[in-house]
Design a protein around this ligand. Structure first.
Ligand code: FES
Length: 625
């Protein structure tokens, strides 16, 4: 110690130019100087910010680096995100090896089984949280870490709206488990085994043992459910590096992916490449091609529409009809549950998205930009790739000329009077009885999930294998969050006779891990006083024809209008009706009910879309067949 200093003094600090009152501070600058808290004196704001962050031990050197934010969606209620602490460590390593400063911050965490009434009810809240925290904080780029179904869509929706440089890192799929020597995994096998248990084909010992094995590790569901689908779409959109989708959550490859994501994030912090600049019409067309080729989740339809409608230059230009049109030219190449037999680990071992995109090359827009700053074509050319032999038993990726299913894994039933909004979707590739893809039958109608639960197994229910099961009141407003209740169970008396599939129709969603001949997202939803779905009666004839994309109620147009007018009169003032009650509903629940739009627009809040307030769809007029 200098003899001139007493023992309580501090070492001499250099004069910090940040506090020089004669210089100006750019409010749109970089690092800590951006997004200053408003105290009416920008130098004081920066002085305050620095003194507080120094309480966490950061030096001036660290604080002078490009700042990479890491969105931390860890929660002890979220096993799909259980590896996030390790991923944050690895991202941080990648950032700091490349000269940046990595700082994590939390947003809400959503898991499918721990969010009542549904995680979808909270997706838009999560997107708002993500958007506003990115916007508010001094970050030069952001790594969006997440994986469970609603997380990646919410993060991308928020990220596009905030329009700061972002890059996705998913948590990765879980490993499959084993039951009596057979591989099992969440969640296709959860549903199929539960159906067997209901039908009496397996006993309570089996179902208890399965409960121990269906989710044996951390990570997202290990089949082509919504989480896996969205991970693949993030690659196709160019928002995640090409090898980012499939490495298992518990693998070292996942951690190396995290480290390299950190390196890319520093590059983004310097290049300032924003998501609205990366994402083009071609990026979305590529994503839709991949969605069809992987037999992706029907939920992805809703999420994609919400994501597109956050982009000011693209909102409204791509619709469910676009997904259908691309489907007609795109074969299903991936043999994964629920459309096929394999698990995400098999897809990863077969080369993952890199191998799939090589197969799909003739159908892709290779000049679409990606988050690395290079085009998709450049990425495919320069990423090392050792393809498996096409006839290898380990290869679950089929060649373009020998697909698993010729085209249209996902079909949009755009014609007919039952879903004039144009959102009704059916995963044809997951139908268990393809005769039902062209079917005419009598409706058996259920008014919401409680009615379904009360009557579906009633031995007196008038139903046979040709009936069309209709469940309404589970749409975006009717059952806030549009639950994944569209997988209407086969009535027990028919299941016991060996009936495995029936035509089922609802205004709700279905887990991407489920299969069957199931039409979802009917719009306008049944709760809407103007909807046709809301006036279907038991015994009405319903037609579904996948070839002509028709979903029709065979009731005269005049009769339909009369029923709708009668229903409107009965609904007025009825506070039991969600559509009527929403104006007086408080809190987030009320905000959701008043603002949510229909499936063809993404079930987003109108005021969050690029077009802004007033875009919620309310009381759509009936369109005749
Ligand atoms: Fe999280 Fe399936 S529950 S991905």
């Amino acid at each position: 110690m200098d003899s001139a200093q007493d023992e309580n003094s501090h070492p001499q600090q250099a004069v910090n130019p940040d506090y020089d009152l004669t210089t100006s501070i750019d409010p749109n600058g970089v690092g800590l100087r951006q997004k200053l808290t408003s105290y009416g004196d920008v130098h004081f704001s920066l002085f305050m910010r620095k003194l507080f962050i120094k309480a966490m031990g950061y030096s001036e050197d660290a604080l002078s680096r490009p700042i990479v934010g890491m969105v931390n969606t860890y929660s002890s209620f979220n096993p799909c995100h259980a590896n996030i602490p390790q991923l944050i460590d690895a991202v941080k390593r990648g950032v700091q090896l490349n000269g940046g400063l990595a700082i994590d911050f939390p947003t809400i965490s959503l898991h499918e089984s721990f969010a009542a009434p549904t995680s979808m009810y909270l997706r838009n809240l999560m997107s708002m949280d993500t958007e506003e925290m990115i916007r508010a904080q001094p970050v030069d780029s952001v790594v969006l870490i997440g994986g469970c179904d609603k997380t990646t869509p919410a993060q991308l929706m928020g990220g596009i709206s905030a329009n700061k440089p972002i890059i996705h890192l998913v948590t990765g799929p879980m490993m499959p488990g084993s039951h009596q020597g057979v591989r099992v995994g969440a969640c296709t096998d959860c549903r199929s085994n539960w159906a067997k248990f209901r039908a009496g084909a397996i006993d309570i010992e089996d179902i208890s043992a399965l409960n121990e094995e269906l989710a044996p590790t951390a990570g997202t569901c290990g089949v082509m459910g919504t989480a896996s689908t969205m991970a693949c779409l993030l690659v196709a959109l160019g928002m995640m590096p090409i090898q980012g989708a499939t490495a298992p959550a518990v693998s070292s490859a996942r951690l190396r992916m995290a480290e390299s994501t950190g390196a890319y994030a520093v590059q983004l912090a310097k290049s300032r490449l924003q998501p609205q600049a990366i994402l083009s019409r071609e990026s979305f067309l590529n994503a839709i091609t991949v969605l069809q080729a992987i037999g992706g989740s029907t939920n992805a339809m809703v999420h994609l529409m919400a994501i597109i409608n956050r982009h000011p230059a693209l909102a409204g230009t791509i619709t469910p009809a676009t997904v259908d049109a691309i489907g007609r030219q795109t074969p299903l190449l991936l043999d994964l549950k629920p459309s096929g037999e394999n698990y995400m680990t098999d897809f990863h071992n077969a080369g993952g998205m890199l191998a799939l995109l090589h197969q799909l090359k003739p159908l892709l827009h290779l000049d679409a930009l990606t988050v690395t700053g290079r085009t998709l074509g450049d990425e495919l050319t320069h990423t090392p790739f050792c393809p498996l032999a096409p006839d290898s038993p380990a290869n679950c990726i089929r060649p373009l000329d020998d697909p698993l299913y010729p085209s249209s894994a996902l079909v949009v039933l755009q014609h007919g009077n039952l879903s004039p909004g144009g959102a009704a979707v059916l995963k044809a590739s997951a139908s268990k009885d393809r005769r039902l893809l062209r079917h005419r039958g009598k409706a058996v109608v259920f008014e919401g999930s409680a009615d379904l639960a009360a009557r579906i197994d009633d031995p007196g229910l008038e139903v046979d294998a040709d009936s069309v099961l209709i469940l309404r009141g589970i749409g975006p407003v009717g059952n806030p969050g549009m639950p994944e209740a569209g997988l209407i169970p086969i009535p027990r008396k028919l299941a016991a006779q060996g009936v495995l599939d029936m035509l089922r129709i609802s205004d709700g969603r279905m887990s991407g891990t489920a299969g069957g001949t199931i039409v979802l997202h009917v719009s306008p939803e049944g709760a809407d006083p103007g909807s046709v779905l809301g006036v279907v009666r038991d015994g009405d004839v319903v037609i579904c024809d996948v070839e002509t994309r028709v979903l029709n109620l065979e009731v005269a147009e005049g009769e339909i209008r009369e029923r709708i007018e009668q229903r409107r009169r009965e609904m007025v003032g009825n506070k039991e009706e969600p559509w009527m009650a929403r104006e007086k509903t408080r809190g987030y629940h009320g905000l959701y009910m008043r603002e949510v739009n229909q499936a063809e627009h993404g079930v987003d809040f109108g005021f969050l879309t690029a077009d802004g307030p007033g875009t919620a769809i309310q009381g759509v007029e009936v369109v005749s067949a």
